[in-house]
Design a protein around this ligand. Sequence first.
Ligand code: FPP
Ligand code: MG
Length: 298
Amino acid sequence: MLEAVERQIGHFVADLDDKTTTLLYAKLPAGKRLRAKLILKIAGNSLQAIKVAAIVELIHAASLLHDDVIDDAFTRRNKPSLNAIYGNKTAIMLGDILYSKGFFELNNISAKVAKIVSNAVTQLSLGELADVELSKNFNPNKELYLKMIYQKTASLMEAAAGAGANLVGKDEDAYMRYGRNLGIAFQMIDDILDITQDSATLGKPALHDFKEGKTTLPYIYLYEALDSEDKAKLISLHGKTLKQDEEAWIKSKFQEYNIIQQSYQEAKELVQEAIELMSAKGEESLSAIAMAMIERDF
Ligand code: FPP
Ligand code: MG
């Protein structure tokens, strides 16, 4: 049924009646469409559900266009990012076009769904700002990290699940909690993969996040584990282009203190709770989506 969402996004883009936008949109890789999948699994494949899924994917695509400009990222899903090919101005404007079209279409759904989704977009933006601010210094505070990834990533998954539940009169709270846990775990795992996967698989250089100033969960746990001399050394490497021996030092410390397993365990617990929530409702395919998330490559 994801093809129906793809077609609906195509209709929304075609409505804009602008050749440049159509051409640029066609250059974006579709991605996993995880948020659309959640909505259809929860709400079925009515036209309303397909439209909400298409709207949420338009908003998600817009947020990634802006994020790649903010992060100076030249690749997205192993391909050159739109800002790398056409420059920042074009990427920002395409993001604004997709985002505002999504909002326009949201008005045709219902006030409650519009409220759930638009609130998530505010959270996304607050989360992205917090990410930028937190990246200016080494951040040892786990609570700040958790709040930021909830806002930046989990809020839109939470809203996707909540909007889906609202469309068919299911228990919004439980589905939103599922989406929230899934989203936080998803970002934690993304942050772990930045450390464990080689640069070819990842499509970006190894330990990229830390060089960019992002103190993700494994770095916070590593900081907690190190003695004061090594704490100072870790802080001194934050936000820098790392030499080979510095990169090797960080990786050896991750191993010594079992940090990747500790971080992965935290993501796993959130996923476990999400699975239990959905199993209790007989939503086996939603449990399976959660399960697949922790079975990704390490
Ligand atoms: C990716 O994080 C970024 C997000 C999930 C959210 C970005 C949100 C905004 C830019 C604000 C919302 C704006 C609009 C127009 C809706 P990341 O950089 O950690 O992940 P990555 O590795 O995928 O780049
Ligand atoms: Mg980014």
